[in-house]
Design a protein around this ligand. Sequence first.
Ligand SMILES: C[S@@+](CC[C@H](N)C(=O)[O-])C[C@H]1O[C@@H](n2cnc3c(N)ncnc32)[C@H](O)[C@@H]1O
Length: 428
Amino acid sequence: MIGASFYAAATIIYCTSATFHTGAVTAFALKQQQQTVPTANSNVVHTPVGKDGDGAYSAATKGCFDVIDAATPLILNEVACQPIRDDHPFHIADYGTADGGTSLGLLTKIVKAVRERKGDNNNDSNNDDEKEIVIHYEDQRENEWKSVFNHAFGYKKVTDAYGNQIDTPYDLGNVFIEANGVGFHSQCYPSKSIDLGVSFTAMHWLSSSPSSLRGVDIMHSARSVDGPPPQAEQKQAEQDWYNILCARSKELTKGGRFVCVNFCVSKEGYFLGQTDTGVSMWDSFQIAWNKLAGISEEERLGISFPSYYRTTDEFINGIDKCPDLRLISAEEKIVRCPYREQYIAQSTSDDNKNSKTMTPGEYSKSFVPTTRTWSHSTFKAALSDDKTDQEKEDILEQFWTNYEELVAEAPEEHGMDYVHSYLVIEKI
Ligand SMILES: C[S@@+](CC[C@H](N)C(=O)[O-])C[C@H]1O[C@@H](n2cnc3c(N)ncnc32)[C@H](O)[C@@H]1O
């Protein structure tokens, strides 16, 4: 079922700015932080990076701010026309929020947009001025919840890729913050309670890991684009997407919206880290991993990412199976790697021709951690349990050093472009 305003387009978003901040998180700092992360529970396919409370994810994942910026007009457009319940708080859920830093600016804009709605009898009876808003942060139970509260309440300031400080919606007043660790494959909130659900760069994580790429030279299912993706991952992703949609369908109010921005394999066959620009991040991972000494052949072939990048058609097929959901729009976008964009901009800018501000080595140390935030735990899972935790971390440190060296040899060739499907869905 496709709504009248359905359209599909490939848009390329270039994110450049003169003042790019490499952030305080270096590969070394991430290493220190990752050693304090508790061992993953067997049901957890993704473990957070860093020490809870430090906000390492938002500090090292600048591209995700740009992905959310690219979705912001779509979301504000829906807020401008969706039903708003009278005399009732407006409930927003952010599924797979991580440390809550990257969506902070968007949530501030949503709160303002809801309150700007005129002629909707938008005021709560107990407050003449402002609609009450509830923000529900959702992620896995092992998430960095302290960082979520630090960011949401403004104890830890968040800056985007360009050094701009982001305001928290909490400061607007009459905004209530809640957290939920159920996991987005299940129903997280009571039926008909959520007015607006959003999710960014999260629902590619599968509910369990089929691990069918163990034993082959491919680390991720998207890399089999020349042939069919591995069946186990594909089937798991189909079932997971259906469960995600059924859960959201129950939670949403009538006329409520779910805006889901998810990694995809685009119509051109592009996906995270593998587009028309530079070398493939996945090839580089493979080269850096194959260079490791001290790992067995089983470990060398032991990586199987428990995530799946669906095609936009796969997303739409799932929505078609849910009678209470209607697709409003689906659009594929590439958000260019902000680290590489800035490195190239500074190296070609007239101002910097004689005094290049970032060396290739500095670039590689600023860029590589953004690939590390989401992949470190999967690389670690490939190493045998005969090794101690420290032995595993030492090997992984060598792996990240190998990757940094590769990047430093040809910095312009290395980046992590984001490829997403932006889906706007209505509960009917
Ligand atoms: C790449 S981060 C995205 C964070 C944030 N939404 C953004 O765009 O910057 C992916 C997040 O998905 C979360 N995640 C993975 N599987 C999940 C699940 N089953 N339920 C809830 N969150 C999950 C991870 O814990 C992680 O915080």
